[in-house]
Design a protein around this ligand. Structure first.
Ligand SMILES: *Cc1c(COP(=O)(O)O)cnc(C)c1O
Length: 414
């Protein structure tokens, strides 16, 4: 390239940067969710790790203070009734329900996702008909789901078959008892086709269990509409419930009487304070409860869910797709050619709310990015992961993140 061409090339890049920055400003100005950001505690950092730990909603510290000082400190034992502690798992489940397309009375909050995977999967196998002795599990799953599925299979006398979600329809048979799938792949951000996979599982007479950790709060799920049998999810990612906030379990209403929990604790008893020696399951969603609920985390989550008041999940999805499209466009413009490769499907119907970029030296690149105020995360061995929470991430943030990524990549040889 001649000196002259170099100058031209440089000017061209600068013009592109200006154009993208202007577009970001326009997109932010017409963003109907832009006002929600002020309900969060945020700073100058571009926070693209809400798919790992959602940011803090501003209402939470005051609520936690009230729960600890007044409800616990003054009311003490009376709070189980007077502060609504006892019924919190069902009440908060009903608050999550519309976000995942479920009518009230089908979701209960409590325990970790891992524990709920166990309850759901063993419950699913126990619901499946006689002679069904195989569990299919997403081989690309977040490892905990696979570990739990292996144990659930061993306990229920089933064989476990790990396979890619696309292989599920071909692997279903009269032997299949249950299928555990992820709605969005935690690593690549790929969105799996929940309606058609659920229909295929049902056509084979098996029970469908979905893990919603990376979709709930980011896109419409439609649990009731698509006839999902059981589902689980965490609340500290796109639902912003805080570190270790309790997970949830969905059991479709018409299956609740057949849900035979492998962890039938006293909180799921029909008469918990009867202290009877024989177990009789409660009816409804609360059959999924186990022991005493983790009230401090649970009520922090309840306060966090107030940011959803007046927000539609369809608007969140539309913004999420616009954010990830714009990020991919900015990365193409700013990243040195060939330096990163997107693992996130380009098609909207196959994309969650994150972008995963394969990149040499990814661990060090992410360290540099974080040092420059752009927080994503690194997934072994070579993935840069960026999560886009539409409630608080704007288009200006996206443009800045891609620009800083481009600068960082230019400095790291790879
Ligand atoms: C985040 C996540 C989990 C987390 O499980 P915990 O028991 O809450 O630690 C489980 N499964 C998937 C698919 C996840 O994305």
């Amino acid at each position: 390239m001649s000196e002259h061409e170099h100058v031209q090339e440089h000017e061209h890049v600068q013009e592109h940067e200006r154009e993208l920055a202007v577009r970001a400003g326009e997109l932010d100005a017409s963003d109907e969710l832009a006002g929600v950001r002020k309900q969060f505690v945020l700073d100058e950092v571009v926070y693209l790790d809400g798919n790992s730990l959602g940011a803090l909603p501003a209402a939470v510290p005051g609520r936690v203070d009230d729960v600890v000082r007044r409800q616990w400190g003054s009311l003490r034992i009376r709070s189980w009734d007077e502060s609504g502690w006892w019924t919190a798992p069902e009440r908060i489940g009903d608050r999550i329900a519309p976000l995942v397309g479920a009518a009230a009375g089908q979701i209960v909050v409590g325990d970790s996702t891992s524990v709920n995977v166990f309850k759901a999967l063993v419950g699913a196998v126990r619901m499946a008909g006689e002679g069904r002795d195989e569990i299919l599990v997403d081989a690309t799953t977040f490892p905990t789901d696979g570990y739990i599925a292996e144990s659930a299979a061993r306990m229920t006398g089933c064989a476990l078959r790990p396979l890619a979600p696309a292989e599920v329809p071909g692997a279903l048979s009269g032997r299949t008892a249950a299928v555990l799938l992820n709605h969005v792949d935690y690593r690549t951000g790929r969105l799996h086709d929940l309606p058609s996979l659920t229909a295929a599982v049902h056509a084979a007479g098996a029970v469908a269990v979905w893990d919603l950790c990376h979709s709930a709060g980011a896109l419409p799920v439609g649990l009731d509409e698509h006839g999902v049998d059981l589902a689980v999810g965490c609340t500290y990612k796109y639902l912003n419930g805080g570190p270790g906030s309790p997970a949830y379990l969905y059991v479709r209403r018409d299956l609740q009487d057949r849900f035979d929990s492998p962890l039938p604790g006293w909180n799921s008893h029909a008469e918990p304070f009867g202290m009877r020696s024989e177990y009789e399951p409660a009816s409804g969603a609360l059959r999924g409860r186990v022991g005493t609920p983790d009230i401090l985390s649970m009520l922090a989550l309840e306060a966090a869910l107030e940011v959803w008041d007046g927000v539609s999940i369809e608007a969140v999805r539309a913004k999420s797709l616009a954010l990830t499209d714009f990020f991919l466009e900015c990365v193409r413009a700013y990243a040195p050619a060939g330096r990163v490769e997107s693992l996130t499907p380009p098609a909207h119907q196959e994309r969650g709310s994150q972008v995963a970029l394969r990149c040499g030296d990814a661990g060090d690149v992410m360290k540099s990015l974080i040092g420059r105020g752009v927080v994503g995360d690194f997934r072994h061995p070579d993935v840069l992961r960026f999560g886009f929470t539409p409630l608080y991430v704007g288009f200006g943030d996206v443009e800045r993140a891609a620009r800083v990524l481009g600068e960082t990549l230019a400095e790291h040889a790879g």
